[in-house]
Design a protein. Structure first.
Length: 330
């Protein structure tokens, strides 16, 4: 059976963009693939974060996974830091990545522009290497990612070719990035030219926001002076973003969403319809989240997940250690 692997970094509050781009899609893989979904807590250390916040965010993500429909009987759910093989494979394969290719990664360049170079941690620069280790430990066939992470998967593919060629092996499978057909990039409600990114209280819809707050944010979303509702990200970014949200949550195409509102010429009515759809989806999601948090099932799921993940990851790691010449004593 083919494998799917993905994860979410527990930094900041998860948003509607995270739900549309990742959470709601994960459950669709578990019936057709061997599915590994993790909490990327080691990746969260690349930027300063309060320890208690990191712990709580990690718990929240597990609850969000379950609330979104992941079944621990079908999907292996685990903490990245609970499987030491991630760190060990990262240490090995960093020797086969090049400074030049890592410095060309868009996320690193974006952070470099915003920060003083002398204050950028090594973890940010080498982030894609650990991501490669995550993917390769499980011989992942498919890696669901946002558009901003596809470059990292391509780097992993380059590494697989380089490593397998060097050692004349097929130990690493060639992974393929997959992104949602609709909703791969949800934008801020207050500035639809920027991605919804966990850091804009007015423009972000957080998954734990009160439903009244969610409705208010959508009704206050930036649009334009026109009154026609159609998809045009360049000239109508606000309306296009709301259409994308509606389409993604309704599980229809952008064209079908446009047709739904083609005779509507009042933005207020359009925003109300979008808000109704968001609340229709998030209200039961929040209820399930709250039930899961109160149920005390999370530790057991993580313990079981770490054991299942380690069986696969340790097998891959052992093969790699033998291939590169590390002495392995049985």
């Amino acid at each position: 059976m083919e494998r799917v692997l993905s994860g979410i970094k527990p930094t900041g509050k998860l948003t509607l963009g995270n739900y549309i781009g990742a959470l709601k899609n994960f459950k669709n893989y578990q019936d057709n693939y061997e599915t590994f979904i993790f909490i990327a807590d080691l990746h969260a250390l690349t930027m300063p974060i309060d320890p208690e916040e990191l712990r709580q965010n990690s718990i929240d993500i597990v609850a969000f996974y379950l609330a979104a429909g992941l079944d621990p009987e079908k999907t292996t759910i685990f903490l990245q830091s609970d499987v030491p093989a991630h760190s060990e494979l990262n240490t090995i394969i960093q020797n086969y990545h090049y400074m030049g290719e890592l410095s060309r990664m868009t996320q690193f360049k974006d952070k470099s522009r915003k920060m003083n170079n002398s204050a950028i941690g090594l973890g940010i620069f080498a982030y894609p290497v650990l991501m490669s280790a995550d993917i390769l430990l499980y011989n992942s066939d498919y890696v669901p990612v946002g558009e901003d992470q596809t470059q990292h998967v391509e780097l992993t593919r380059d590494f697989v070719h380089r490593f397998n060629e060097r050692y004349k092996t097929n130990v690493f499978k060639m992974p393929k990035a997959i992104t949602p057909k609709v909703g791969a990039r949800i934008m801020s409600l207050s500035d639809p030219t920027k991605k919804m990114s966990k850091s804009d209280p007015k423009g972000d819809i957080f998954l734990k926001d009160d439903l009244k707050v969610i409705r208010k944010k959508i009704m206050s979303a930036v649009t334009d002076l026109d009154t026609n509702i159609y998809y045009d990200p360049e000239n109508k970014p606000g309306i296009s973003n709301l259409l994308t949200i509606y389409a993604a949550l309704s599980e229809i195409s952008i064209e079908e969403a446009e047709a739904t509102f083609k005779d509507l010429h009042r933005y207020g009515d359009f925003k109300k319809a979008v808000a109704d759809k968001v609340i229709e989806v998030l209200e039961p999601f929040q209820q399930r989240y709250n039930e899961i948090i109160k149920s005390n099932v999370i530790n057991g799921i993580l313990n079981d997940g770490a054991k299942k993940a380690s069986l696969v990851a340790n097998k891959t790691l052992l093969e790699v250690k033998k291939i590169v010449g590390l002495y392995v004593h049985e």
